[in-house]
Design a protein around this ligand. Structure first.
Ligand code: ASP
Length: 304
């Protein structure tokens, strides 16, 4: 098989002055993930490598620099799934792991379980060799300012706290890959939504919601307002359409239309079929993405 790597760095109303940083972050992640596929690595390894780069980049809502919870902490969620055998690893509400996707990989590889949360997830990661950091190492001043501004707007009744709009930052990161052995993988990593309640888990790390991979259907990663995406189990909905014969682009567009028509939701999706065909759709003003194939690399910020 010819390998393919498709990644995203969020879908929202990215302002002009943030475009360069997003493009740079996407390019770096694409390079890291593609290098793995080029040397014959697996799709799981490539997805992990690409996501780690974006977690390490403060531009995105993943790893250090993520949105803060209502009480000013970073709480991270991530999922990694292997489409060959459906092995999956997920972590949620971790506060002391700069790279939750690495913990997800450990769960996938080393555990009979699929999903760990909070302290249990951190303990599992530590027992498998990961170093824990201080939560404050993940908090940056930009996000503290953003949180204070949101909380002030809430107090004045200027913000709808039940809704995370398409103009709000949705900088979750994700990747889908097909390796030369014909296997798919998908990964998604996020700091969730701004001012979220502590303990809130969004779609990103929930299997079949913000992420899914199965060689018999497709690999998918989503970003956007998590609650509607979860209610529709939208990742699984999209890959099932590919399994039923839809072209991945058709399935991606249909998923975003369904999200909006059914629940007024918004977001972006990337989709990759086992034959290497891709799909990408969003109903937010912009979406950051990158694609690497044997023909070359393309990246961009798509506008609606
Ligand atoms: N979907 C994520 C969540 O709701 C947020 C995002 O994509 O930015 O947690």
């Amino acid at each position: 098989m010819k390998p393919v790597l498709l990644i995203h760095g969020g879908a929202w109303a990215m302002p002009d002055d943030e475009i360069e940083a997003h493009e740079r972050g996407i390019a770096n992640a694409l390079d890291a993930g593609w290098a793995v596929l080029e040397r014959g690595g697996t799709s799981v390894e490539a997805v992990e490598a690409a996501v780690v780069v974006m977690e390490d980049d403060e531009t995105f809502d993943a790893g250090r620099g993520s949105f803060l919870t209502r009480d000013g902490r970073v709480q991270l969620d991530a999922l990694l799934m292997n489409g060959e055998n459906l092995r999956t690893g997920g972590v949620a509400c971790v506060e002391r792991l700069p790279n939750p996707i690495k913990a997800a990989r450990l769960v996938l590889d080393e555990s009979p379980h699929v999903y760990f949360v909070g302290l249990g997830a951190e303990r599992f990661a530590m027992q498998h060799g990961m170093k824990l950091c201080d939560n404050m190492d993940l908090v940056i001043p930009r996000e503290q300012k953003r949180l204070y501004a949101a909380q002030e707007a809430d107090l004045k009744g200027l913000r709808d706290t039940t809704f995370s709009g398409p103009m709000d930052s949705h900088d979750t990161v994700g990747a889908v890959a097909l390796d030369s052995y014909g296997n798919l993988a998908a990964g998604t990593s996020t700091g969730g939504t701004l001012n979220k309640a502590p303990g809130r888990v969004g779609d990103s790390s929930l299997i079949g919601c913000g992420c899914y991979a199965d060689n018999l259907s497709a690999a998918v990663s989503l970003t956007g307002w998590g609650e509607p995406i979860m209610k529709l189990v939208l990742g699984k909905w999209a890959v099932d359409r590919v399994a039923a014969g839809s072209d991945p682009q058709e399935a991606a567009s249909a998923a975003i239309a369904y999200l909006y028509d059914r629940l007024g939701g918004h977001g972006g999706v990337i989709l990759l079929g086992p034959d290497g065909r891709i799909g990408l759709a969003h109903n937010t003003p912009r979406m950051a993405w990158g694609l690497a194939t044997d023909v070359g690399k393309t990246l961009g910020i798509t506008r609606n």
